[in-house]
Design a protein around this ligand. Structure first.
Ligand code: GLN
Length: 312
């Protein structure tokens, strides 16, 4: 029996290795310098849409050509330097690295952000928070103070600032590495006057007697037991931006329970949470004495954010 099991294990291992070798061969040997863009896409180990994104990046970098050149010039070939970089980008992606880190940028709401492994890659669902904050600023229709807790790349704060001159923001993060990237983004987007950055854990980064019209946060909310943390793109992102190393609710609890102290009367708090955390987050908001509590659905129809107000 034991011998049979060992045999089965060895067989599985050798099948796995031959699959990997196959992938490596498909990746390296079928693509060669001199091939047209069309052939490179066809011969690449990646899905065609991903191959196109990487090629478009190289066409812009090496030839200042727009993405449409993938169609209009699909018979052109890459020079040696561009081809070498193409091979390296493809193999990074084959190894699972997220496209946003490979390109060093990610579109979010109405802006483009620099991203690197020190920050979470902004997600489309987080654009919901930006829209809720912007709706509140439109409602107030006057200069609005906003606090973005755990800003990462600066995504929420910078998207809000770029959409309205009425917002002035403080954006915090515990990670100095993240703040370096966030400050760089503010500079590139010309928003350094509107957004100030501060290092520290949640409200510790904010001075006392500081009150805001709006508090917004997309904190780490994945439980430490979630298998997704060791799968796909998440493997490459900073764990501290994804998980609280506990139930998934501990950061949300800190942010919600102390909101009263940092909100102006009638002020709004809005937080992102996991698709299955809506009830728990609403309970935390009730416990904190917040009123006018609302659930917000993401584009997939999942409860993805909650908001509440300090009593006027
Ligand atoms: N929305 C992210 C994900 O599910 C998690 C980000 C977070 O924890 N704030 O991958």
């Amino acid at each position: 029996m034991a011998i049979l099991m060992i045999f089965a294990m060895l067989l599985r291992l050798s099948i796995k290795q031959s699959c990997l070798r196959h992938l490596a061969i498909a990746n390296t040997s079928r693509m060669s310098i001199g091939q047209s863009l069309r052939e490179l896409i066809g011969n690449c180990a990646l899905p065609a849409n991903e191959a196109r994104i990487l090629l478009a990046h190289l066409l812009e970098k090496y030839y200042q050509l727009p993405r449409s050149a993938l169609l209009s010039r699909d018979d052109m070939s890459l020079n040696e330097q561009a081809f070498q970089e193409w091979e390296s980008l493809v193999s990074r992606r084959v190894n699972g690295e997220p496209i946003a880190y490979i390109l060093g940028k990610k579109g979010f709401h109405n802006i483009e952000l620099l991203v690197a492994p020190g920050v979470l890659i902004p997600r489309p669902e987080t654009e919901l928070l930006v829209d809720i904050v912007l709706a509140e600023i439109t409602r107030l229709n006057q200069s609005t103070r906003v606090l973005d807790l755990g800003t990462g790349s600066g995504a929420i704060a910078l998207a809000v600032a770029s959409a309205t001159p009425l917002a002035s923001l403080i954006a915090t993060d515990q990670s100095t590495e993240a703040l370096v990237i966030a400050r760089q983004n503010a500079k590139f987007l010309n928003l350094t006057d509107q957004v100030q950055f501060s290092q520290g854990s949640w409200y510790e980064a904010v001075g006392p007697q500081n009150q805001f019209d709006v508090i917004v946060s997309n904190p780490p909310y994945i439980t430490d037991r979630d298998p997704h943390l060791t799968q796909g793109d998440l493997r490459f992102e900073p764990p501290s931006a994804l998980t609280d190393y506990a139930s998934g609710l501990s950061c949300l609890e800190i942010i919600i329970s102390q909101a009263d102290e940092f909100l102006k009367p009638g002020g709004l708090i809005v937080v992102e949470h996991g698709f299955d955390q809506s009830e728990a987050v609403i309970a935390l908001m009730k416990l904190a004495g917040l009123v006018n509590i609302q659930v917000h659905l993401d584009l997939a129809g999942l409860s993805r954010a909650a908001s509440g107000r300090k009593s006027p």
